[in-house]
Design a binder for this molecule. Structure first.
Ligand SMILES: Nc1nc2c(c(=O)[nH]1)N=C([C@H](O)[C@H](O)COP(=O)(O)OP(=O)(O)OP(=O)(O)O)CN2
Ligand SMILES: [Zn+2]
Length: 160
């Protein structure tokens, strides 16, 4: 038996702190799980056909919550949080952060409602390349806070 300078049993300690697990144990279960990630961005916009202060150019620090569900892969992930972040940063945020939304978004009134549906469709499209028959990834909802007290939400069951 291996012992260190003090005579402790090294092998036992390794088992205690760095336990080996079998490959099939990496994916603990085969249940659908929802994961979510939160981001913020700053943007300027104004509303069309709207009587009130928001017809004027103004800005918000928006908060967005992306929620994706799926079956876990062979190492127990629905989708790597880092991959979700890359999709957001590279494919969606580029149209939003420090942008004038009336110019960068497709032709729409830049209400929180319209924007959250646009985000839902973008994320659904980009998720396709990470998807497969086994994991069955789905965008469950996106929540877009325009102010700390106002949000719009797009849910899968409403998106068709
Ligand atoms: N249903 C919607 N109503 C409004 C939207 C919208 O996108 N969807 N947008 C605006 C303005 O752009 C702006 O966001 C003002 O929102 P509001 O919540 O009224 O902002 P306040 O700063 O006044 O919020 P308080 O927290 O009440 O101070 C307007 N309406
Ligand atoms: Zn606004």
């Amino acid at each position: 038996m291996d012992t260190n300078f003090f005579g402790f049993r090294i092998v036992e300690n390794l088992q205690k702190f760095g336990k080996d697990i079998k490959k099939e144990e990496l994916n603990y279960h085969q249940k659908r799980v929802l994961i979510s990630k939160e981001f913020t961005f700053d943007a300027a916009h104004h509303l069309h056909c709207y009587e009130g202060k928001c017809k004027n150019l103004h800005g918000h620090t928006y908060k967005v919550i992306l929620a994706v569900s799926g079956l876990t892969n062979e190492i127990g992930l629905v989708i790597d949080f880092g991959d979700l972040k890359s999709i957001w940063k590279d494919k969606i945020e580029i149209y939003l952060d420090h942008r004038y939304l009336n110019e960068t978004l497709p032709s729409m009134n830049t209400t929180a409602e319209n924007m959250v549906v646009w985000m839902y469709e973008k994320l659904k499209l980009e998720l396709k390349q990470y998807n497969n028959d086994i994991q069955q990834l789905r965008v469950e909802y996106i929540k877009l806070y325009e102010t700390p007290t106002s949000f719009a939400e797009a849910r899968r069951e409403w998106m068709g």
